[in-house]
Design a protein around this ligand. Structure first.
Ligand SMILES: [Ca+2]
Ligand SMILES: [Ca+2]
Ligand SMILES: [Ca+2]
Ligand SMILES: [Ca+2]
Length: 258
């Protein structure tokens, strides 16, 4: 599946761990690029509403604008999104969720929808106290070895989704949008170079091709992404989305992975 751009920044910020923050001293934006920032789904209902999109867009503009020029340059965009991307968790072959559980259509490949759908379901059950589901969910999300396990009853589903997408992305080493068994069972994940992807993403957000992303362009891009998420949600569930509530987080696509 091809998507043009996304809240990649949300993903990167949510699941990028480690090094120095680029953000300034603003409390709301400090750590945006390296992980500590607050999530898009502020009220934690599992949906991302237009109000949350707007707030998120504003916050990401301030956070990514390292030189405080009022807009985001290409370098600022790419560098922020890449923070923490070179560090990956180890995986043990004997301790993976059985790939048969993930490959719902049994075609021998794990698609991103299959991966995310299963991770989402397990995390939801985990939040209700199912400890087996919690173990599965723990193994499907991106988490560094020294990072504490996620508490699924308190971690927002959005974070589960973005961490699952991150895991899928780093596993899908040939970036064809599906995991072969070799890709799924890999024990050491390689750093991936996503400069080209981030540059394309920047281009799609920079609507007037000025090589600078303004707050308006950011909001517009995120709003368009929310619109696509609602369309995906409607196509998948057959139910009309309430525009004020937005789409469930799981329908927000992530261009690196799918
Ligand atoms: Ca700037
Ligand atoms: Ca499949
Ligand atoms: Ca693949
Ligand atoms: Ca522009």
């Amino acid at each position: 599946m091809k998507t043009t751009h996304s809240l990649m920044t949300a993903l990167a910020a949510t699941v990028a761990f480690g090094t120095a923050a680029q953000a300034g001293d603003n409390k709301d934006t400090a750590g945006f690029c390296d992980g500590g920032y607050s999530l898009t789904d502020v009220n934690g209902d599992g949906y991302i509403s237009p109000i949350e999109i707007e707030a998120y867009s504003k916050r990401s503009n301030v956070a990514m604008d390292a030189d405080k020029s009022g807009s985001i340059s290409r370098d600022e965009y790419v560098n922020c999104a890449k923070v923490g991307m070179d560090v990956h968790p180890m995986r043990e072959k004997g301790n993976l969720v059985d790939s048969g559980m993930l490959d719902a259509d049994e075609d021998g490949m794990i698609s991103s929808d299959e991966y995310l759908g299963y991770a989402f379901d397990r995390a939801r059950l985990a939040a209700e106290g199912d400890s087996e589901a919690a173990e599965d969910a723990q193994r499907l999300v991106y988490r560094l070895p020294d990072e504490e396990k996620l508490e699924f009853d308190t971690v927002p589903l959005e974070e589960v989704v973005s961490r699952s997408k991150r895991m899928f992305m780093v596993l899908d080493s040939d970036r064809d949008g599906a995991l072969s068994s070799e890709e799924y069972e890999v024990e050491v994940m390689k750093p991936i170079d996503i400069d080209d992807v981030l540059n394309r993403e920047f281009d799609s957000i920079d609507a007037d091709k000025s090589d600078d992303v303004t707050p308006e362009e950011m909001t517009e891009a995120n709003t368009a992404r929310a619109q696509r998420a609602m369309e995906r949600s409607e196509a998948a569930t057959g139910e009309k989305s309430d525009p004020e509530v937005g789409a469930p987080v799981v329908y927000y696509t992530y261009p690196h992975a799918m």
